[in-house]
Design a protein around this ligand. Structure first.
Ligand code: ADP
Length: 542
């Protein structure tokens, strides 16, 4: 028998409609690339998003077509989040830290029809433009006064504020099927070629509900939320949607992510919850070091993307009375998978024991299930000892990469490429990674891409790139190379060879010349063995 409840599709636009109607005067504060602070309210956001939706239609963006963005966290980017997805197009957030070639590949693969960009990325757009055919127009996310002249772009360049001014704020958000695609984010995870994760309206709204819960990211109307995690990185962990759903004040830091700028913003806007990768928080903690009574308002900080070191948890909690919420996720999971919130019996543990819990990545929220499996695919016990491949499934987990032939799932489960153990309380802890990538300061570096460049050098016989632990960036690429016999190639020379071939921050920090690389039975390099041997290279120098 069919239930007799209203059938309202779960749509991204409904988050904005709710925020406008029920939290219309709540503030959104942004630090702009122009350097000043901009503030307006949810009702202004809604009005401008409708104008922008009309503008997208005016530009000829058809339902399902991709709208690219190359932008920091700011109100104009937020307007695009709702205007693009809400009108039935697909918001495609591009990562400005990628190399020109990779960006061009992603833009062409996604067939972005238009790209909106922050002024700070004009030079990047100028470098990418000659290599892409899909975009028919670029839009600079600024006003007329700041529009660049003589930009030399091969296609028209429009102005964000002009588009808003020229269009009406009357727009009916279409009643889309909730399974319609809403946004797209590429992950440069495990292969040399980035892969697209295509979220739907339904998965996004369900993720928003779950991520806002008290044992999850714990967000309420009373909160002032500062996503430091970029809006080009898995939708800033869903926080823009969460803020709209709960009616929280949203503070967007623009390009200023150094400790001093973040701290000033946190204090000026009385931020209560912030979110970012450990590397960003190192800068913030260094800035407030020795400051008495720092953080007059901040109560929680969500840390994920890389393991949160206990020293960081202790610094926030003991010195600054800011609770740390350690979380684990992935682009393929929209991204929230697990969050480390205490169960009641853990509250009475000793401080050290509680730190041991907080070093874990946590337990899944409803909507995500997980398991760990052994070498033969058998499920392993939750005994805090057995470590195996971590697999997940749920409402906001990808089932297929965008325009890819590779299957993403194994018997209905998504293999995360992380290796983990689970304790009897259901807390998961990542112990290793089976996927062959380097995660530096929260961003991926493809080891294959580095190896491919090394192989272009005529004096290289074998090249293997591994992730080595790093005190600041969590991990940095280390290149192990077997030289041709009699070669006099020096490490600096080989490192110099990477200039202009990969993004600067992806270049390995060091090269170690080795006699041979260990190979497995099928001729594959045994990277685990090399990781065991060299993973402390940047910590110990050998
Ligand atoms: P995000 O950076 O938002 O987590 P990505 O898709 O870029 O999303 O990266 C996901 C991967 O990052 C995970 O598979 C895992 O390897 C690593 N990761 C994410 N969060 C953590 C964490 N808290 N601890 C350890 N590794 C993490």
């Amino acid at each position: 028998m069919e239930g007799l409840m209203m059938q309202q599709p779960l749509l991204v636009a409904s988050l904005l409609q709710h925020a406008e109607r029920h939290h219309g005067t709540q503030e959104i504060v942004s630090r702009r690339v122009e350097g000043d602070i901009h503030r307006y309210q949810y009702r202004d956001l809604a009005r401008r998003a409708r104008r922008l939706a009309n503008a997208l239609a005016g530009l000829g963006i058809a339902p399902g077509e991709r709208v690219g963005t190359l932008a920091w966290n700011g109100y104009r980017h937020l307007e695009l989040y709702f205007a693009a997805s809400g009108s039935g197009a697909v918001l495609h957030t591009l990562n400005p830290r990628l190399h020109v070639e990779q960006l061009a590949y992603i833009i062409e693969h996604a067939e972005d029809r238009v790209i909106f960009f922050d002024l700070s990325f004009l030079a990047l757009i100028q470098s990418v433009a000659p290599h892409v055919k899909s975009p028919k127009v670029f839009v600079a996310m600024t006003d007329r006064e700041h529009m660049p002249h003589a930009h030399g772009l091969p296609i028209p360049l429009l102005c964000h504020e002009d588009l808003i001014d020229l269009h009406s704020d009357v727009f009916e958000w279409p009643a889309l099927d909730e399974n319609t695609a809403s946004s797209l984010c590429y992950t440069s995870g495990t292969t040399a070629r980035p892969k697209g994760v295509l979220y739907s309206h339904r998965s996004t709204v369900l993720h928003t509900y779950a991520a806002a819960l008290p044992d999850s990211l714990n967000c309420a109307a009373r909160d002032v939320i500062l996503p430091v995690v970029p809006m080009f990185h898995v939708n800033a962990w869903g926080l823009p949607y969460i803020a709209a759903m709960v009616g929280a004040k949203l503070v967007l830091p623009g390009p200023a992510l150094d400790g001093k700028s973040l701290y000033e913003l946190i204090e000026a806007e009385q931020v209560t919850v912030s979110a970012g990768v450990p590397t960003v928080w190192q800068g913030l903690l260094a800035h407030v070091e020795g400051m008495a009574g720092a953080f007059s308002s901040m109560r929680r900080t969500i840390i994920g993307g890389a393991p949160c070191p206990t020293a960081m948890t202790a610094a926030f909690q003991e010195r600054h009375r800011v609770d740390v919420l350690h979380a684990w996720g992935m682009t393929e999971l929209s991204p929230v998978g697990t969050v480390c919130s205490f169960r009641s019996h853990q509250l009475s543990l000793s401080t050290e024991e509680r730190y041991a819990v907080q070093a874990k990545q946590g337990r899944p929220v409803f909507g995500i299930d997980m398991k760990i499996t052994g070498a033969d695919g058998e499920e392993l016990a939750w005994d805090n000892a057995a470590a195996g491949d971590l697999l997940v499934r749920g409402h906001w987990v990808t089932r297929h990469y965008f325009r890819s032939d590779e299957p993403a799932l194994q018997e209905g489960w998504f293999p995360t490429g992380d290796v983990a153990r689970i304790d009897a309380d259901g807390f998961m802890q990542i112990t290793d990674r089976s996927k062959d990538v380097i995660k530096s300061g929260g961003e991926w570096i493809s080891s294959t891409e580095i190896e491919n460049v090394a192989y272009l050098h005529p004096e290289v016989t074998s090249a293997v790139c591994i992730a080595a632990r790093h005190p600041k960036w969590d991990e940095r690429p280390l290149l192990l190379v077997v030289k041709k016999p009699d070669s006099t190639l020096a490490a600096d020379e080989l490192l110099g060879f990477f200039d202009n071939k990969v993004a600067k921050w992806c270049k390995p920090d060091a090269v170690v010349f080795v006699e041979t690389v260990p190979l497995g039975a099928t001729g594959k390099v045994l990277k685990n063995q090399l990781r065991d041997q060299f993973s402390n290279y940047y910590l110990t120098g050998s």
